[in-house]
Write a protein that binds this ligand. Sequence first.
Ligand SMILES: [Zn+2]
Length: 340
Amino acid sequence: MKVWRIHAPNDIREEEMMLPVGEHCVKIKVMYTAFSLTDNLILSGKMQVNYPVVPCRTCIGMVSEVGVGVKTLQRGDIVAVKPFSPCGTCLSCKQNVTYNCENKITYGVNEDGFLRDFAVVSASDTIKLPESIGASMDAVFLEHIDMCISAISKLDIDKGQYLVIMGATDMGLILAQIAMYYQAVPIVVDVRQDFLDKAKDLDIYYTINSMETDASKKIFSITGGRMGDAVAYMTAATLPITQAFDFVKKSGKAVIVGWQDTASDLSYPYAQIVNKQLEVHGVSGSNNNYFSAVNMLANKAVRVKGLIGDVIETKDIPSFIKASDNKDKYFKTIVKCSDF
Ligand SMILES: [Zn+2]
């Protein structure tokens, strides 16, 4: 089995690895993984991890072997692997709130990830994908959908309410679609017209290019003077977080969605949060909404086709790595890891 392992910043090597299949594990032929922003940071040494590590936490693949104790999966099933694995022994795990696990391992960060042709994981870390999704690369966005479901639930957004989304990133545009699914009204703000155009393609009606328009005034006018009932800030956005709370009403809610390492600067003068009596939440990583995320993708409540960046094959990895410092933060690169 082949893996691509990072040994030091900008040093990634193709290696062979043997993996026995344990009793409760499955062997998966990895079809797709994704090179996300955090993988680029790990590769370039800008995010702290213990090398060596196989990057990429996303895995869509086909079950090729099942351990003797696995009854829920069989050869040929198409599965997604959750990006983290709970320890099973801490208090949260014992209370069955595994996403709050205190010692959880995240694939591609503190456990080898999925830039490889085959992987062996615990069967309980996988989700069988329905035929309507099948072996489609759309499923690489399940973690994003999972996080956006958490964001909507923390904001407790209601029908007809305005949600200002700062960042027309892949995550921002997924969040806007989930807001519409709950009949809320998203207003997407960014300076990237190419991504605001993608929002239009996804039938997101209100978009604001804050380079060309005074976003506060525009939101004031769209909401009839109310401003946003809630605001969501995407950490990968090119907009400053200091603007976020200008766009939300007094006693409104806010959520910051993403990963600290992907943000250019998350520091903020908190006076505005106090003065406006805001309720602020954070969402980082999967919160175990995977089943809902699969359903949303299957019934097309969330469409991701336009959000896919480059699709590369493993032979392209060296040239991709060379250019990884210049990658567009708004795009996820998908890697086709095996022939199928
Ligand atoms: Zn745990």
